[in-house]
Design a binder for this molecule. Structure first.
Ligand code: ADP
Ligand code: MG
Length: 698
């Protein structure tokens, strides 16, 4: 641009400031440079002032920012301050660009993207203008630094020799720098898509403001970086953004649009007397059975009400659920379906593919050039305010295990490592799936013992369901029918779509797909859930309170006999409250009714029966869940070992096996269980077989 034209643009900016930003600049002048270094300009204001100027700004942000900053330096200030290094940062663009929609056309433009901060390095000084002091003659040679590699002088500006040089820190200029990686928000993704990300470089006063897990809008200039290394440069480039502003979005920020029409449909559905059945039928319809688990998952989608107490503390509304079961029982399929239904959901495996795993991690990797520490958000942080569906939870890394307790109860994850001290939010519901400890359930062992998770963690789940895969002729034939029908429906549908001459009619397809098509379309259900979570905050009626209270007290009373194990702890009480709130939300009700309480009591009862019940006595036993062994289990182990010890004294060759069984039976343990126990003790190396048919303890 010609010189005169430059001056004209600078004049335009000055005029713009006088019209729109008089007060803001006055404030900046007072706070500059310690408290504030930037003038934030709303793009809308610029656009209202001069649409051409605004258009130019997005097309050539680098140039235009320089003019805007020059205009700011020339601005007549009321106080005697110089805004020498002040930045002008334009934000609030009219539209945001989807991270996956960024193309070469955008390079050099000012764009805005929205997403969640997946990684953030710590803030470190970056040299902008390096002063090299010649060790021979003392002359200072200055070399401005750009984004690429560190530049050293070719020769000394004084003696013209090649150094050696030393950097003089006082004479050099540094700026705070940080790199963040912004990933598409889970809620913006259509079910099942893998999120994409863009790296953002930020400098000076905008650094250190955001941390991993924050939902942000970033405005910045799209730049290119060549792939490959010094030796082998690739013709392909990567995008990155030179971030100008980073705004943390409101926590309630939801990308999902719910139109008036959707709203009408949602409210109409909520009045349907069969709404619960319809919801259940819309949850993973290709999976047969599991009505109760599906209903529980539906409630998890809606979640209970998060409560702020007058004393400042908080009770979580999110429900945590665990499915433990034999392999091949459809657990993974159900978890994957949840991702389709839940706004802001993340599906991952406990083994985790990223270095942050399930919780969060401070790592030193390529992202920080191997030098800087990077804080990376894991699945439970990325699913903040949504659902984290974690498959193979039992295989999670040891670091995650310890961080998990805090994540589930306090709903935050603290990281303190290498100078990084951060608390990340993880206000999500966890839906976990796990296999039993030895791969398959063993009917003689208490369930609690077969879960490869520590008791303290297990007790944080509101509901635990076990899924066993035992042959059952009637069920098997129904399951087979369902799976074959599902597949047949898929065959017909595919045939009709793929084969031009297909003679399969639409009617035929419709006939067989009836079972497999969800009652409520997944898109509508997502909106329904989002609508309920935004608008519905039910409170308990007296009847509901009473029902829950009675159930809990009765349950506890079962444990009042002399020798009985304690049945359940108060944690279950909160679970009941949360679940019944969720049940009320399903029909968008403002009140939690008795029938909500009854509905969830039944689920909790079955879940307890699944897991908390001592399979030998039939009594509920909180110890199974919260300490990992049942009381009768402990007694039994003591018994068998005791019996063997006793007999060892009497027989020279060790305890005869037959005799052990006999005595075991005498104290009320049948042969199968005794055999099982012996096998287990043998496996654990606590007993051995000195001669055939004899046992000895070690
Ligand atoms: P898991 O994760 O429990 O090991 P998967 O979810 O991987 O099991 O399921 C294995 C396969 O068996 C899947 O293809 C699934 O569709 C099928 N399957 C298992 N149980 C059912 C069921 N109840 N209804 C329909 N399909 C089922
Ligand atoms: Mg699986």
């Amino acid at each position: 641009m010609a010189r005169a034209e430059n001056a004209e643009i600078i004049d335009r900016f000055e005029e713009f400031y006088r019209t729109y930003y008089r007060n803001e600049i006055g404030e900046l002048a007072q706070k500059y440079p310690n408290e504030q270094k930037s003038l934030y300009v709303d793009y809308d204001d610029l656009y209202r002032f001069d649409t051409d100027l605004a258009d130019d700004f997005t097309a050539q942000p680098q140039q235009m920012t320089e003019y805007a900053e020059e205009a700011l330096r020339l601005y007549d200030l009321p106080v005697d301050v110089k805004l020498g290094q002040a930045h002008v940062r334009v934000h609030n663009l009219q539209q945001t660009t989807g991270i996956r929609d960024i193309r070469a056309d955008h390079v050099g433009n000012l764009i805005a993207v929205q997403g969640i901060v997946r990684k953030a390095t710590d803030v470190r000084p970056k040299i902008q203008n390096a002063a090299f002091e010649c060790q021979r003659c003392g002359t200072m040679t200055r070399v401005p630094q750009s984004d690429g590699d560190f530049q050293e002088p070719h020769e000394c500006q004084g003696c013209e020799r090649q150094g050696p040089f030393q950097i003089n820190f006082d004479q050099s200029e540094f700026v705070d720098a940080q790199k963040i990686r912004v990933q598409e928000s889970p809620e913006g993704l259509r079910g099942g898509e893998t999120p994409q990300a863009i790296d953002v470089h930020i400098e000076d006063d905008v650094t250190g403001e955001v941390t991993a897990g924050d939902h942000v809008t970033v405005t910045g200039i799209l730049r290119l970086e060549q792939q490959g290394n010094q030796q082998e440069k690739s013709p392909v480039f990567d995008f990155y953004m030179q971030g100008r502003t980073v705004t943390i979005e409101d926590e309630q920020f939801e990308e999902m649009d719910i139109t008036e029409e959707d709203k009408k449909e949602i409210i109409e559905l909520s009045n349907d007397p069969d709404i619960y059945e319809k919801m259940v039928a819309s949850m993973a319809p290709s999976i047969y059975g599991y009505e109760e688990q599906k209903l529980a998952i539906i409630m998890q989608l809606f979640s209970g009400v998060k409560k702020d107490l007058p004393d400042g503390s908080r009770i979580r509304g999110d429900l945590h659920m665990l499915l433990i079961g034999d392999p091949g029982t459809g657990k993974s399929q159900m978890l994957q379906y949840v991702k389709k239904l839940a706004p802001r959901s993340v599906y991952t495996s406990g083994k985790g593919s990223s270095s942050a795993g399930l919780t969060a991690a401070a790592v030193r990797d390529d992202f920080g050039d191997g030098q800087q520490w990077t804080l990376e958000a894991g699945a439970l942080v990325l699913a903040d305010q949504g659902i984290a569906a974690v498959d193979e939870l039992d295989k999670m890394r040891p670091e995650d295990r310890s961080a998990m307790h805090e994540a589930l109860e306090q709903q935050s994850i603290s990281i303190s490592k290498a100078g990084i001290n951060a608390t990340l939010k993880s206000r999500c519901s966890l839906l976990g799936a796990a296999n039993p400890k030895y791969g398959r359930f063993d009917q003689y062992e208490p369930m609690g013992e077969q879960i490869d998770l520590e008791p303290a963690l297990i007790s944080r789940f509101d509901l635990i369901f076990t899924v066993t895969d035992e042959p059952d002729e009637e069920k098997d034939s129904e399951l087979a029918e369902h799976i074959i029908n599902t597949n047949y429906a898929g065959e017909l549908f595919t045939h009709r779509n793929e084969v031009a001459t297909s003679n399969v009619s639409e009617e035929e397809v419709d006939n067989v797909t009836e079972d497999v098509v969800p009652d409520i379309d997944a898109d509508l259900l997502r909106k329904y859930v989002a609508y309920a979570k935004r608008n519905c905050f039910p409170t308990m009626t007296e009847e509901a309170k009473g029902a829950i209270r009675d159930f809990y007290v009765d349950l506890r009373a079962e444990g009042q006999d002399e020798d009985a194990p304690v049945p359940v702890t108060a944690r279950k009480l909160e679970a009941l409250v949360r679940l019944s709130e969720a049940s009320a939300r399903v029909r968008l009700s403002d009140t939690v009714e008795q029938k909500d309480a009854e509905r969830v009591i039944e689920i909790v009862q079955n879940s307890l029966r699944d897991i908390g019940v001592d399979p030998e006595t039939g009594e509920f036993d909180a110890d199974i869940v919260e300490a990992g062994t049942s009381k009768s289990q402990r007694d039994r182990i003591k018994n068998i070992r005791g019996i063997i010890k006793e007999l060892e004294e009497e027989y020279e060759d060790g305890a005869p096996e037959d005799e052990v069984f006999e005595r075991a039976e005498a104290v009320g343990m049948d042969r199968d269980k005794a055999e099982h126990e012996i096998e287990k003790l043998r496996r654990q190396g606590e007993i051995y077989e000195p001669t055939q048919g004899h046992l000895r303890s070690t």
